[in-house]
Design a protein around this ligand. Structure first.
Ligand SMILES: NC(=O)c1ccc[n+]([C@@H]2O[C@H](COP(=O)([O-])OP(=O)(O)OC[C@H]3O[C@@H](n4cnc5c(N)ncnc54)[C@H](O)[C@@H]3O)[C@@H](O)[C@H]2O)c1
Length: 232
């Protein structure tokens, strides 16, 4: 059986990805720092590991949980991520480092650790962001997500032909991450989305599931914008 490992699966987009992949017959290993991941996993009949993708101990725990599974890793979804928004002149170094360490460093470290264990025809899907094109107040986040695109392209070459590596770059999507933004800002962004609405987690999950599937077996090193056309 095929194992899909999804990070940041306790809520939001990661939860929707887990639900979608469960529907497609994958066995699931769900990863999150939050204890809520246990409940999510129980609801989906999945295994769970509470781990921080930005720490070596966290990576070791995820690899050990994958090793303990009777299924072979076939899909890794690097979805865990954080924001620490601030205007550039107010952004402290801790906020800069935390975002880059988790969003970029953690995703790369986990991919490197799991790659040797992944089966022929496997796939990695990274969650980048439309914000990599530039957003006021998201200097750190934009860098982390732009870096993830560079990593996607480099890893796509390094891990071929056994494993494909692609990225989904969501635009503004309804989740606790975006609910933390001031209402006026959210309204302004949603009004600028060409398809006329915010993304829903399942919009992103469907794009991830397709890139991870055999239907996308000739797609490697690519970035799929799931943002309702707001690539500006
Ligand atoms: N919501 C959006 O509009 C949007 C847009 C573009 C990209 N994204 C990206 O999509 C992904 C999911 O976003 P979301 O909106 O569901 O966010 P969210 O904040 O609702 O969920 C993120 C999950 O990741 C977990 N997490 C955070 N740091 C972790 C760590 N170090 N180790 C393990 N787990 C960790 C959190 O506990 C949480 O459960 C993120 O990478 C985000 O940057 C989101």
């Amino acid at each position: 059986m095929k194992l899909a490992i999804v990070t940041g699966a306790a809520r939001g987009i990661g939860l929707s990805i887990a639900e979608t992949l469960a529907g497609e017959g994958y066995q699931l290993l769900l990863v999150d720092v939050s204890e809520a991941v246990d409940e999510t996993a129980a609801a989906l009949g999945a295994a769970a590991v509470r781990a921080d993708i930005s720490s070596p101990e966290g990576i070791d725990a995820i690899v050990a949980a994958a090793d303990a599974s009777d299924a072979t890793p076939a899909l890794l979804v690097n979805n865990a991520g954080i924001t620490r928004d601030a205007l550039l002149r107010k952004m402290d170094e801790a906020a800069f480092r935390a975002v880059v360490r988790i969003n970029l460093g953690g995703s790369i470290a986990l991919t490197e650790a799991l790659a040797p264990k992944m089966c022929d025809g496997s796939a990695v899907v990274n969650l980048s962001s439309r914000a990599q094109l530039g957003n006021v107040g998201q200097f750190n986040y934009g860098i982390s997500k732009a870096g993830l695109i560079g990593a996607t392209r480099a890893l796509a070459l390094a891990l071929a032909p056994r494993t494909r590596v692609n990225a989904v770059a969501p635009g503004f999507t309804e989740s606790e991450m975006t609910l933390a933004m001031p209402e006026q800002v959210r309204e302004r962004i949603v009004n600028s989305i060409p398809v006329g609405r915010a993304g829903k987690p399942v919009d992103i999950a469907n794009a991830v599931a397709w890139l991870g599937s055999d239907k996308a077996s000739y797609i490697n090193g690519q970035i799929l914008y799931a943002c309702g056309g707001r690539t500006f």
